[in-house]
Design a protein around this ligand. Structure first.
Ligand code: SF4
Ligand code: SF4
Length: 329
């Protein structure tokens, strides 16, 4: 049976009333998982948009708090204190959004899979509303709910481990065809045609796409492909939640992620907002709508890699249903 995905072109009262009935949280503490952006990049979810969900949860007698984690790379959001400063600059303060803001940085619980995933304690054993701003990303083509959880609900160590464990290892048989060079989303590969006669990786982000496209199977990921590890990290986080519900915002979609601290212009028109209790259904519906409204896979063109690899990894992990039915409001 297909999973239900609700679609609305805007955050209308009608849509919010529908979600009030659909979101399965009552009388409980709820973490709202979101990315609160960087100061120079204007595309992140806005405090006004998020507050509507805070108010909705309060109507259901819940105690919401906004939640995100510190990042592995250097910058203000590397520490909880710095992240709170960035969040405040972007308007995420308790007085404005109506609930506390919590940044996970230290204590965690462990889930074992292909690697060890450290899940911040603050979101263990609470229900989680996953509010995701959908946009392009070099490592997965599109960053949506799976990325919001897989990279956003783990510690800095796990974030680094995921990227590192997905990096390519050369196993032999390179014929210098150049396919990996052409398909690397961040142009990190050079071919050493003279000495070693194999690819050299310069500033690899660990997206694993070169290991997928190499026709000679000359490359393999250190542990598993990035898309699988990211999905497994998301699944590990979900395993620690009480209940979970997803909302994907297909608005202000730029080529790259809200993590980039620079002004990025949207590359396609706004589409609307999707909601579902099924993470795979909402991701597939988001991808299909982007292709349908633009007549092509825009983010594959921009980031080289197709989002279908991420969806297949989530399917392999039994995270949800690729078949869905849209209920349009
Ligand atoms: S590693 Fe594979 S894709 Fe890259 S040049 Fe060699 S054979 Fe071609
Ligand atoms: S894993 Fe391969 S394709 Fe991805 S960034 Fe590294 S070198 Fe490029």
């Amino acid at each position: 049976m297909p999973s239900k995905v609700i679609f609305s072109e805007s955050l209308s009262e009608n849509f919010l009333s529908k979600l009030e009935k659909e979101i399965p949280f009552e009388n409980e503490t709820v973490a709202i998982k979101l990315h609160m952006g960087e100061p120079k990049n204007p595309n992140h979810l806005k405090p006004e948009e998020v507050k509507k969900f805070v108010d909705l949860l309060k109507k259901k007698n819940c105690k919401p708090f906004l939640f995100d984690t510190t990042v592995a790379y250097l910058g203000k959001r590397h520490s909880a204190k710095g992240y709170l400063e960035v969040a405040a600059l972007n308007g995420f303060i308790e007085e404005k959004v109506g609930c506390p803001i919590v940044i996970g940085d230290k204590d965690y619980e462990v889930v074992k899979g292909k690697i060890e995933y450290q899940i911040p304690k603050e979101i263990c054993n609470v229900s989680v509303l996953v509010l995701t701003h959908v946009k392009g990303h070099p490592c997965t083509s599109i960053g949506a709910s799976i990325k919001n959880l897989g990279m956003g609900c783990v510690t800095k160590k796990t974030k680094s481990d995921i990227h590192d464990s997905a990096k390519p290892v050369y196993v032999g048989n390179c014929v210098l065809c150049g396919t990996c060079v052409k398909n690397c989303p961040v142009n990190a590969i050079k071919l050493d045609k003279i000495l070693t006669k194999r690819p050299i990786f310069l500033d690899c982000w660990g997206c694993s796409y070169c290991t997928v496209v190499c026709p000679q199977k000359a490359l393999k990921p250190k542990v598993a492909i990035f898309d699988f590890l990211l999905a497994e990290a998301a699944k590990s986080a979900i395993s620690k939640f009480k209940k979970v519900y997803y909302v994907n915002f297909l608005v202000r979609m730029a080529e790259r992620c809200d993590c980039e601290n620079k002004e990025l212009k949207p590359v396609i028109k706004d589409i609307g907002i999707l909601a579902s209790s099924d993470i795979l259904a909402i991701e597939k519906a988001s991808y299909d709508l982007i292709i349908e409204k633009n007549g092509k896979d825009v983010f594959k063109e921009l980031n080289k890699k197709p989002f279908s690899i991420q969806l297949e990894a989530a399917k392999e992990l039994n995270m949800g249903n690729m078949e869905y039915e849209i209920e349009k409001l």
